[in-house]
Design a protein around this ligand. Structure first.
Ligand SMILES: NC(=O)c1ccc[n+]([C@@H]2O[C@H](COP(=O)([O-])OP(=O)(O)OC[C@H]3O[C@@H](n4cnc5c(N)ncnc54)[C@H](OP(=O)(O)O)[C@@H]3O)[C@@H](O)[C@H]2O)c1
Length: 248
């Protein structure tokens, strides 16, 4: 397993849910955690103070990762604080529920901006230093919706399918420079993103999951931890953490 002591890790959307769990586990491995958030400042501060209380290093960094100018500022701020980013986890995401024939331009653009465009902006910003160092790890948090479709979320499904394509393209471009690019694809996970599901919706989703239960954010983070530190001979892969809902 790789030693992360002193490595700089940037996690987009690290203030809540799966991103917060990823920040905590990578910090426990010794990485310096850049905890990105867009609006949940108090939550990001809490993640950082918890990490520091456990002896780790963390700092909150604001920025909307769907905006290329803010991504450039974010990566510059992290680099000025600790040096180049060694580990990038693009986790920030959002899901609009609407059938395509009722989806607004704004909903479509917002889905693509944070779930897909942001991955490109972040990777573009960190890859030059990784290429110069001939080392680096990139993990994109995709979704089962990146491999199988669901009705009522066309922007999200399209963006997550695109994110898996981007994973493979960047993996191919980066492999010769010693940089690994993989995707981790959660299924239904117990976070704010799914808090509004009605009991009927939740029961319907659980019936489709072979393991018949929802994942914890920590179960997804444990897989990210393994992809970062342990899966040293993988690149361009999609690791499903979906209780069997998407296989392969
Ligand atoms: N939960 C699930 O069932 C599930 C299933 C499959 C895949 N996923 C994927 O897992 C990832 C994390 O989801 P989650 O369930 O943990 O979501 P969540 O609880 O809703 O948290 C979303 C995080 O993303 C941040 N964020 C959203 N838009 C942002 C932006 N434009 N710039 C910067 N940060 C932004 C939020 O920060 P602020 O609060 O500051 O905006 C928050 O920290 C997402 O990519 C999601 O698609 C989740």
């Amino acid at each position: 397993m790789l030693d992360l002591t002193g490595q700089v890790a940037l996690v987009s959307g690290g203030s809540r849910g799966i991103g917060a769990a990823i920040c905590r586990v990578l910090a426990a491995r010794g990485a310096k955690l850049a905890v990105n958030y867009r609006s949940s400042e108090a939550a990001a501060m809490k993640v950082c103070s918890d990490i520091k209380a456990d002896g780790g290093v963390a700092h909150p960094f604001v920025g909307d990762v769907g905006d290329p100018a803010q991504v450039a500022q974010l990566v510059a701020a992290v680099t000025n604080t600790w040096g180049p980013v060694n580990i990038l986890v693009h986790n920030a995401g959002l899901q609009h529920s609407a059938m395509a024939h009722r989806m607004s331009d704004e909903q479509w653009r917002a889905s693509l901006a944070v779930n897909l465009d942001a991955a490109f902006y972040l990777a573009r910003a960190v890859l030059p230093a990784m290429r110069a160092a001939e080392a680096g790890v990139v993990v994109f948090i995709a979704s089962a919706s990146g491999s199988i479709a669901q009705a009522g979320a066309a922007g999200y499904v399209a963006a997550k399918h695109g994110l898996i394509g981007l994973t493979k393209a960047l993996a191919l471009e980066s492999a010769a420079k010693g940089i690994r690019v993989n995707a981790v694809s959660p299924g239904l996970t117990d976070t704010d993103m799914v808090a509004d599901l009605s009991p009927d919706q939740r029961a319907g989703l659980l019936r489709m999951i072979p393991l018949r239960r929802i994942a914890s954010p920590e179960e997804v983070a444990a897989t990210v931890d393994w992809v970062v530190r342990g899966a040293t001979y993988t690149t361009g892969n999609v690791f499903h953490v979906g209780g069997g809902v998407a296989m392969g």
